[in-house]
Design a protein around this ligand. Structure first.
Ligand SMILES: [Fe+2]
Ligand SMILES: [Fe+2]
Length: 223
């Protein structure tokens, strides 16, 4: 059993609370489950971007941002799949944690609020993925996994910046930030609690430290 460091180091401003050492320890100890789940996450991230392009087919700014993002997520899927295949691990279905559906349930149904919430939820999921990949890139004992996660990091950082820019193209910050704070609090709630079984560890399974006092998304500079 590998113990994680007491204080994970990655810190992402969009998130209301950082991931816990316990999540990192659980993820390091079940690398195959996390890798399979990671492949599914990349495919879902591509699907989420495509879904937005289908929902708003006339928006060129959206298409210009999300078409490359969807393609990049599929490239990430290919990278993870190739590693799974090299290791002889089947891409089997895994039960997903409640995280994604909990956040999707917060998206308001009426437009144009639905669009704002969709961007913010997608951005929060990208931000959490980025944070957790950064932890694995630094702390995984497996050099090949450290290299994989390190390689994917820069893109994931760009992705949450991109959803932030899409928000800013359509909404003033006085509207975006209060809603971001609400959704960021829900995101942390969705990751609160304890894992029932070690094999249920996922990229977005429970495991967060206490929420930060001050969320400061304005200070985030998209790359
Ligand atoms: Fe990705
Ligand atoms: Fe991404």
């Amino acid at each position: 059993m590998t113990a994680a460091p007491s204080k994970p180091v990655a810190s992402i401003r969009w998130l209301a609370a950082p991931s816990s050492s316990l999540w990192l320890e659980q993820a390091i100890n079940r690398p195959d489950e996390v890798l399979i789940d990671h492949a599914h996450c990349e495919r879902k991230a591509a699907g989420a971007a495509l879904q937005l392009m289908f929902r708003y087919p006339s928006s060129e700014t959206l298409a210009e941002a999300l078409s490359p993002l969807a393609q990049e997520e599929l490239e990430h899927f290919d990278q993870v799949l190739a590693l799974l295949q090299r290791r002889g691990i089947a891409l089997r279905p895994l039960p997903a944690p409640a995280y994604g559906s909990r956040l999707a349930g917060e998206i308001r149904r009426q437009e144009p609020l639905r669009q704002l919430d969709s961007f913010l939820v997608a951005g929060l999921i990208e931000a959490r993925s980025h944070e957790r990949m950064a932890l694995l890139a630094e702390h995984s004992p497996d050099p090949e996994l450290r290299a994989l996660y390190g390689d994917l990091l820069a893109s994931e950082a760009r992705h949450f910046g991109l959803y932030w820019l899409l928000c800013e193209q359509h909404w003033p910050r006085e509207v975006i930030i209060p809603r971001l704070e609400q959704l960021a609090a829900v995101e942390v709630e969705a990751l609160s609690g304890e894992l029932a079984r070690p094999e249920d560890v996922r990229m977005h399974s429970v495991g967060v430290q206490l929420p930060r006092k001050n969320l400061d998304p304005v200070a985030f500079t998209p790359t």
